[in-house]
Design a protein around this ligand. Sequence first.
Ligand code: MG
Length: 306
Amino acid sequence: MTDGYISAKSTLPGSPPDNSRLPIDFGFTNSGNPNMKIIKTLLLGAILSAATLTQAAEKKHVTGYTDTPLLPDGKWRVHDDNRPRPKVVTSGATFSHGAPAPSDAVVLFDGTDLSKFKNQKAGKPVGWKVENGYMEVAPKSGTIQTKDEFGDFQLHLEFATPGKAISNSQGRGNSGVIIYGKYEVQVLDSFQNKSYADGQVGAMYGQFPPLRNAAKAPGVWQSYDIIFESARWDGSKLTKKANVTVIHNGVLLHHRKEFIGTVKHKRIADYKSPHPPKGPIVLQDHGNPMRFRNIWIRHIGDYDEG
Ligand code: MG
């Protein structure tokens, strides 16, 4: 496909070819053309500029930090560059890809329109585009969230990172499923892309790395099945921490794992601000043209509910 995205039915490709060491051949011969020297100089300048930009991006998107606060376990820092990266698992070609919504699910996106979503910023329109059965982040148009709010839930969604792996670490294929706008299950292109463990795909952002790295290659559709139980307070006293179960491409990343608190960048999460046991599902615009499709959500319910 010309846009670099790959069908979910495609088999998982191996490592993308590394063209970085290919000799550069512009196809020029010494024609004696006096303009050739100028053209070559310009081309060389362009290449050097590109290299500088790449270096700048790598500097901007560091792979982790060594000066952030220690997490409550006292072992690792927030976004710790030294924290072990999870083992890589090659997931099956598909898992819950294309899973039809059960009858009691609320379909948030069926591939046709964004009517169930609004811009996170009040009064701003949703800028993401819809085509070919998916929605795509229009970078800088803004994070979106569901108009409705949901209590403890089971959520299914599928995503694809851009087919061309541009930039590195947190700069590559970044988005997020930010539950209630407060608890982020990270979305990132973590296929052969080193970043801090608690920030890679499937991480409980800034808190816990996923148990495994089940990332598929850039452009390949991936599935998330997320079960979330909200935090509870009695007045200002926390009585239950939020927890999450995440299955990524059929691989368990978290099993009823409790959040340390609501999401923070480079700081320790906490539960200082009580919130209702329900909220919107937020999809992050982090400046990358990420794609999402087939999104539905179910209320968990109780035993003997009738
Ligand atoms: Mg993110």
